[in-house]
Design a protein around this ligand. Sequence first.
Ligand code: KG4
Ligand code: ZN
Length: 370
Amino acid sequence: MMYEMKILGIETSFDETGVAVVEINDDGKLVLHSNAVSSSIDLNLQYGGVVPEIAARSHIEFMTPAIKQALSQAFPAESDPWQQIDGIAVTQGPGLGGSLLVGLTTARTLAIIKQKPLYAINHVMAHPFAASIGAVGSAPELQDYKLPEATVEFPFLALIVSGGHSQLVYYSSVTEYRVVGKTRDDAGGEAFDKVAKILGLPYPGGLNVSLKAREGNKDNFNLPQPKFQDAPYDLSYSGLKTAVLRAAQSAIGEDYTFPSIGLSERLSEAQKADLAASFEYAALKMVVDRTKMAYEEFEPRCVVLAGGVAASPVLRSMLEAVLPVKPIYPDMKLCTDNGAMIAALGCLQAQAGVNPADPYSLDIKPTWPM
Ligand code: KG4
Ligand code: ZN
């Protein structure tokens, strides 16, 4: 079989070590050949959240096994799989400094030793390109991936909502995009995680709030919808988080001084379910309304969902109810952080003629804006 180009993608911006091989074939179609992801979240959760030093050390531990796994999954019969790799793509930012350094230093070193071109990728910009992956190779581990039937075409509108980012972006090409709106404070996924803590629900917060919400009534608590006159597409989650806290305090007859850690044992299961449902609806309505408005104003060819919150079936059905086109979703395993989205954008940038980075001088960009 003739392959146009195969790229090894490396992602280490937060707590997931992701390494994957993606091919761009003669027809320009992106094919996933492997996707190795290791997370340090269990270790981090012993300390109540992600500890940057722990995340960075875990990347060091996971990196070599992840690269080996990604290469052997993609090329099980090859004695030197590096011969098959045409380039390396790596997350340059944004993210945790120590974590980014591990991935970037690994990628630079490999690019020099193996003499491969190196592509420096913006993590947030890469998220929606997980939905551009249209096929999988023969690795047995990939056969249960549910890939989108529709093809992502430019210009497209992407709704990127995760634990670290929340924005609406209009992409006109692989290198040109415009941030239509973004959060002014917290990310949507982070708000789900905080509300899970208030309600005493276990990690992962978003998923458990969503499950609890199924038992509740979204109309039992009236939560705010922030709106900005000067930037109608901007989002905000910090006020909504506080509104949930205040609603929970008043539901048990206490005032704002009552500590959030004491709430979950005093709230009834019915109150928790109603709070979860009301919060989930308010949090998702905020992005759904803005996506609809942006769709009408910018008239993109498609709408792509990306980031951990894109895994929410409620978000999917709310969007489908208001948009005239069916949004395109990556497989759940490609919604959260992974090396495949980095490799996918690397393939597209290489094909578009983007210049590779200098492996001797490339540095991390922890605060790289999109
Ligand atoms: O993209 P992602 O893995 O990563 C980081 O930002 O690291 O997204 C994780 C986020 C978490 O905040 C989680 O609460 C949220 O995605 N999430 C959800 C759901 N599943 C995951 N939020 C709402 N509903 C869900 N079903
Ligand atoms: Zn991410």
